[in-house]
Design a protein. Structure first.
Length: 488
């Protein structure tokens, strides 16, 4: 039994278990103070300090890799599973900060609270991945959510951005209410909010789970599915993705989603494992509806951020396929997919953030016509990310889908795997449309991509990560398998 479900023989070392995300919080406060002290011409220091904080936390996670430390009376667990997601979340945030060096200055949002909120959101996401108690999980989720509510409306002079923030806040608060009510019902059923206590109660061998337990599961699933943007709780995703700053959109699509799936695996793989068969029936329906609607709706989009928003919904559906399969294979594929998705999605949003058309962001699909003529390197990177998102070899996206569908077949969900493959074929159309416009159409409008060493470094990391996961998938597969074994 892993550290998430059994705490016997593990010393209670709260400070050590909390060290990685505490370091991120510390640097978030430092960034706020520096913003107050620095003159206007020295704001470039803020992203550098943010990167130092992310690096410091990464060093702590790496140093503690392989240890199993439970802190705060069994509320958080530092193990290989949480360490994997911590590194993924820190990497994703670092790539967003690198992309923001130029983007934030150009768009007039180069302020301390921007970088501080990114760090606070990351600390909440890391807390979610480490939580083995419902209350701590909820606290981490709210830290993440409140930060994103503000970041999504950071363009305060743009109506579309303010509207996105208000919509996200209202619906997010509503979903949080479902989560909190579900946690209360779990406490009423198990007498504790810890995942281990829930698992012990459900596998005690007594009576079948009560209506109270199933009601709690339903409420919890509603709240989590909203945060994921899965059907039928996806309504906010396109508008918020379109209205938020592009760098924030990339952050939401990767870091926020990875944190929720980490919590999903923790809760459903340990605390609710005894009722996994019943829950899989609901997840099956959600997976099919989510990936189908996401792919079909993306076809008709003319705004690239809205297209990628529906693409994000579809990819949430693929990850729900892995959760339906469950077991070591299913949960390992979740981790592999989350890492591959981070590289290819942050890379795509990184390219979008660089491009400008007539002093505005180049968001219309037709703006990408003939892009390869003027910006061949950016076009090549964008083409690679689109190919990976479509699941075409030899990219990380191909093996991510391969492992997900293989896990579904291995668990007996052949029909679900077939539906997933058919959805992937549908997605090829709108992903390859971008490639077609860049390479097969003549340039109709002039698009500028000012040089930014930091942003291009982030794109290079995404390109190398996408290719490495496609060319050497076995090494990453062993890493995620080792990480998942920590919670079994």
């Amino acid at each position: 039994m892993g550290a998430a479900t059994s705490f016997s023989g593990v010393s209670d070392m709260g400070l050590l278990a909390a060290a990685p995300f505490s370091a991120v919080v510390f640097f978030a406060i430092v960034v706020l103070l520096l913003d107050f002290l620095l003159p206007p011409g020295r704001k470039w220091v803020l992203p550098l300090v943010s990167l130092v904080g992310l690096l410091a936390s990464s060093v702590l996670v790496t140093f503690l890799w392989g240890r199993e430390v439970v802190g705060f009376s069994g509320a958080i667990s530092l193990d290989r599973f949480s360490s994997f997601f911590d590194l993924l979340l820190l990497l994703g945030t670092a790539l967003v900060v690198l992309s923001s060096f130029f983007y934030a200055r150009r768009e007039g949002i180069e302020r301390g609270e921007y970088y501080s909120l990114l760090l606070f959101a990351t600390s909440g996401a890391m807390l979610m991945a480490s939580a083995v108690d419902m209350v701590v999980f909820f606290l981490g989720l709210e830290i993440l959510s409140v930060s994103l509510y503000v970041l999504s409306g950071f363009f305060r002079d743009r109506t579309v951005s303010v509207e996105a923030a208000v919509k996200y806040f209202v619906l997010g608060a509503f979903a949080s209410g479902f989560l909190l009510y579900g946690i209360a019902l779990f406490y009423g059923a198990a007498g504790s909010t810890q995942y281990g206590a829930m698992q012990a109660m459900l596998s005690s061998g007594g009576d079948a789970p009560t209506l109270l337990v199933y009601a709690a599961c339903a409420l919890l699933m509603v709240g989590l599915c909203f945060k994921l943007g899965s059907v039928p709780f996806h309504m906010w995703v396109p508008d918020v993705y379109q209205g938020a700053p592009t760098s924030v959109t990339g952050y939401m699509s990767v870091v926020s989603k990875a944190a929720v799936f980490a919590a999903f695996v923790r809760i459903f793989g340990t605390g609710l494992a005894p009722v996994q068969i019943e829950l899989s029936k609901v997840l099956w329906v959600l997976a099919v509806a989510t990936m189908t609607l996401g792919n079909l709706a993306a076809i008709s989009q003319t705004n690239i951020k809205r297209m990628l928003a529906y693409s994000s919904i579809a990819h949430a559906g693929y990850l729900l396929v892995a959760l339906t399969a469950a077991g070591r294979a299913g949960y390992s594929s979740v981790l592999f997919y989350a890492l591959a998705y981070a590289f290819m999605t942050l890379g795509a949003f990184g390219v979008i953030a660089l491009l400008r058309r007539e002093e505005q962001e180049a968001l219309d699909l037709t703006s990408y016509s003939g892009l390869s003529t003027r910006h061949p390197l950016l076009s090549g990177a964008m083409a690679l990310f689109m190919i990976s998102l479509a699941g075409i070899p030899p990219t990380g996206g191909f093996f991510a889908k391969f492992y997900v569908f293989s896990a579904a077949v291995g668990a007996g969900y052949v029909d679900l795997a077939v539906i997933g493959v058919l959805n992937s074929l549908v997605s090829v159309y709108f992903y390859m449309r971008i490639v077609y416009l860049m390479y097969m159409k003549e340039e109709t409008v002039g698009i500028e991509a000012p040089p930014s060493l930091a942003a291009r470094a982030a794109l290079l990391i995404c390109v190398l990560g996408t290719l490495a996961m496609g060319v050497f998938p076995s090494g990453f597969a062993r890493l995620v398998a080792s990480s998942v074994s920590a919670i079994f």
